[in-house]
Design a binder for this molecule. Sequence first.
Ligand SMILES: *Cc1c(COP(=O)(O)O)cnc(C)c1O
Length: 497
Amino acid sequence: MYYKSTRNSSVRVDSAQAIAQGISKDGGLFVPSEIPSITLDDIKALGSMDYRARAKFVFGRFLTDFTEAEIAYCVDNAYTSKAFDSDNIAELAHLFDGTYMLELWHGPTCAFKDMALQILPYLLTTSMKKLGTDKKVVILVATSGDTGKAALEGFKDVPGTSIMVFYPDDGVSAMQKKQMTTQEGANVGVCAIKGNFDDAQNGVKAIFTNAEIAAELDKNGMMFSSANSINWGRLAPQIIYYVSSYAQLVADGEIKLGDKINIVVPTGNFGNILAGYYAKHMGIPVNKLICASNANNVLTDFIKTGVYDRNRAFHATISPSMDILISSNLERLLYMLTGENDAQINEWFGKLASEGRYEVSDEVKAKLAEEFCAGFCDDAQTKATIKKIYDKYSYTCDTHTAVAVKVYEDYKAATGDETKTIIASTASPYKFSGSVLSAIGVDSDADEFTLVDKLAEVSKLPVPASLAALKDKAVRFDKVIDKTEMKEFVFSSLGIK
Ligand SMILES: *Cc1c(COP(=O)(O)O)cnc(C)c1O
């Protein structure tokens, strides 16, 4: 197994190189040369293992240049009951008949990004060692709120690394901002951008692929890498929980081995749902992958029509981690659906960059329709769904997860499909206390910590210790810059003149 670039199929690197580099020099994303398969017997065996053992199995299939001991080192250090508040790492909550909430927010920063970002630093430093380089890795992150904190927490004080996070100043929740601006660690930097997430992501991508900047870093004994889901080391860990939850449902007797399930994912950058696609094509029996968006519904339109058009108004919603108009990981999917046609990918993504729009072929449209369904909902519907789930099932979900629940309800009503379904629950409701409380009908005009206390009263969910502790932490990072000043910020933080 090796990794290719979506913009140049002749690129051939092993997984350590793909993870260390983050993105290919041609601007393409690394994809595995094949999707390894998993049999029903494998799935049965996984059912009696814990999350760590399941993770080792899946990594073993994708990171074929890693030794068993290297994989075990990464997994055993990342998925601990110290970092996660559940030794199951991911929890499957039964919501109603045949619908399961895959709670991916039991990690240290209370969002699903922890599932990958707790292990990425181990994968990355192990990769550097395997490559025999002692360069310092500089991690650049663009975040719509959750990735930034999860990456900071994963990389803080990791020897041989330094991390810089850019977030849209007006595009994150009060709690998310507090989480990032109070970050501890000697190797971390955080900076707000006047702009939206796409501006931050484009800025980071431009720095990554600029040869002059790379040469400057090289001269100083450093190299860039990415903790965004453009890095394969982010995506691979996300495949595990889909494999794991299917094996768990079989082990629990909720489904029979071989039964198909649907997977619903609240989507922004298309990383999480793409991991579901990989799990399906490894051999997990999946009927439909259902892509749920908020008012930024560029993916809904794309999956329904085959036209990707980012020329539309950007909406700041109550599910900010999905406020994205350019979904990076779609490039990986289209590379696979075109039969690895790198010329075609260059053409479409060139058009996306110059005109903001491209249309895929009829063949790709047909494949999209076979694998995916899509829908979206606005903030009012998101809130109504939070309230409905709360009233009906005494279950409190966050705003992103509620988008997925609503889109799934619409899907079920439209199709009558009774297939058992996993809904990815991507954040703790405490990260978005204000919106969740106002949805339930509780006055939410208070500071973020009062809101946490109020939410504890109505939800009866334990308050995550990491969020409660923020109250007493001092703000360390309050810089707000123009999106054109990102390179200067990076250089000055690294002490490069
Ligand atoms: C990042 C995020 C998403 C979107 O995930 P993608 O992999 O970018 O599609 C959804 N919900 C929450 C809470 C997130 O943090």
